[in-house]
Design a protein around this ligand. Structure first.
Ligand code: SF4
Length: 448
């Protein structure tokens, strides 16, 4: 347990972050702690490099809505003070705390106060006797250092700890944690240290931590990003957990990558849907698709979905049309439907006349209209950037549909579909993307 939060032993993977403020600045630190807690952090860590930071801990612990970990390096006296201040957990790197006696002193107090520790190693501060091994085999060096730490804890008859093993290298993080998970029974804290900016750091963390979490390894996670906004780390952590279906928090937004079929400003629509969904706590699934080519099928599992077109879009629920609405009102109408759903106790409210009208539209070829391409009717249009003769063929066909279609919609599936299929077969695969080529899935050397 860290405070009242269970860690390990099958408990949900906990999201941790670290404040970026000067810890002793109580108002700033508390503001950030409240912000990350609001964003979904389960645990927050604060740096304690000075006496005044340790002194601020008591107030921080009493005011924080989530458990607080004191992060200590080099100075065992600060670790003792953090435990006395009531920190819910202390992060300690036994390798840099000044020797086994000082570590033992901290452990004695931690046992007396029932304070858990996070112990572990960083690739940047391995003990001196492992330096050559680090050069020869960095993964083995990390695992050896972690095992030595665990052995020290056990020798001191202390088992109230989790272990972390941080590396800036994603492959080394994956390989070392896989090995360590096989060798020790204690909870593991995962992170790719100094991962980078919001963009690159999120990707590195998603690959490294996502791989381990998918293996069932990891009990707490922290995404290390170069940003003063710690809540961004929390949001990324949640997206990783949600993607792996390990935890649920808030809505899940599904959005297609768009392609040459797109005929409305989907970037703006997706951003607006994402922004408005932040007000909802329920794990409702909402899908935003650029067109109806695969819209109904791909939105089938979503609680609500929209597909857009140049003038008129559609709102779905579980793959069934609810109504058609002007594209400009798509987002507003989507949220009206979502709010109606909640007001009715999570029951979809279906107006049969509107649904029938939408189904009628769905029977016609939305896809042909969405693929009208240049010359098919003006308005905002976007096309694939690649040269794509097949795409041009498809665009010409659907443009013809726009001229010769049924009048309700531009184009008609019955008339055009065989030739559209032929154009697709020649290379325009819509949201399926290109087929993979070459050999697949060679196991990486570190994944052993
Ligand atoms: Fe989006 Fe797929 Fe339609 Fe392209 S075909 S706009 S990727 S839903």
């Amino acid at each position: 347990m860290i405070g009242s939060l269970p860690v390990g032993g099958g408990a949900p993977v906990a999201v941790q972050t670290m404040t970026k403020t000067e810890t002793a600045n109580l108002p700033a630190t508390m503001e950030q702690i409240n912000t990350v807690a609001e964003a979904g952090a389960d645990i927050v860590r604060v740096a304690v490099p000075r006496e005044q930071d340790a002194e601020a801990l008591k107030a921080i612990v009493s005011q924080s809505p989530i458990p607080v970990i004191a992060d200590i390096h080099f100075n065992h006296t600060l670790a003792l003070k953090a435990i006395e201040a009531g920190a819910h957990c202390v992060r300690l790197n036994p390798g840099n705390i000044g020797g086994a006696e000082k570590v033992a002193e901290v452990i004695e107090l931690a046992k007396a106060r029932n304070t858990p520790l996070r112990v572990g190693v960083n690739s940047g501060s391995l003990p001196k006797h492992l330096r050559q091994l680090e050069y020869d085999n960095p993964v083995e060096a990390l695992v050896t250092a972690a095992i030595e730490t665990v052995t020290l804890m056990e020798r001191l008859d202390f088992d109230n700890f989790k272990v972390s093993m941080k590396s800036t290298s994603v492959p080394n993080t994956i390989a070392s944690n896989r090995q360590l998970a096989e060798r020790i029974p204690y909870p593991l804290h995962l992170g790719v240290t100094e991962a980078g900016t919001k963009w690159s750091g999120s990707l590195k963390s998603a690959v490294g931590l996502g791989t381990l979490l998918a293996d069932g390894i990891g009990d707490t996670i922290r995404i290390s990003l170069s940003t003063f906004h710690a809540e961004e780390e929390v949001k990324v952590a949640w997206e990783i957990l949600k993607a792996l279906k390990l935890r649920e928090r808030g809505p899940v937004l599904i959005a297609c990558p768009t392609c040459g079929r797109l005929q409305f400003d989907m970037d703006t629509v997706v951003a607006e849907v994402e922004r408005r969904l932040e007000a909802y706590e329920d794990p409702i699934e909402v899908s935003v698709l650029g067109c109806a080519v695969n819209g109904i099928g791909e939105a089938r599992h979503a609680d609500f979905g929209i597909t857009g077109a140049k003038d008129m879009g559609m709102i779905y629920s579980k793959g069934e049309p609810l109504k058609k609405v002007p594209t400009a009102q798509l987002v507003d109408e989507l949220f009206k439907e979502i709010d109606r759903y909640y007001a009715a106790g999570k029951t979809v409210q279906r107006d049969e006349a509107q649904a029938a009208e939408a189904r009628e539209r769905g029977r016609h070829c939305d896809d042909a209209r969405a693929n009208r391409g240049p010359g098919g009717g003006g308005g905002r249009e976007r096309r694939s950037r690649g040269p794509g003769a097949a795409l041009d063929a498809r665009a010409r066909l659907t443009a013809r549909g726009a001229r010769d279609g049924c009048g309700v919609l531009a184009g008609c599936r019955q008339a055009l579909q065989p030739r559209l299929n032929a154009a697709d077969a020649a290379g325009n695969r819509g949201c399926e993307g290109p087929r993979p080529t070459g050999p697949r899935g060679a196991r990486r050397p570190w994944a052993s």
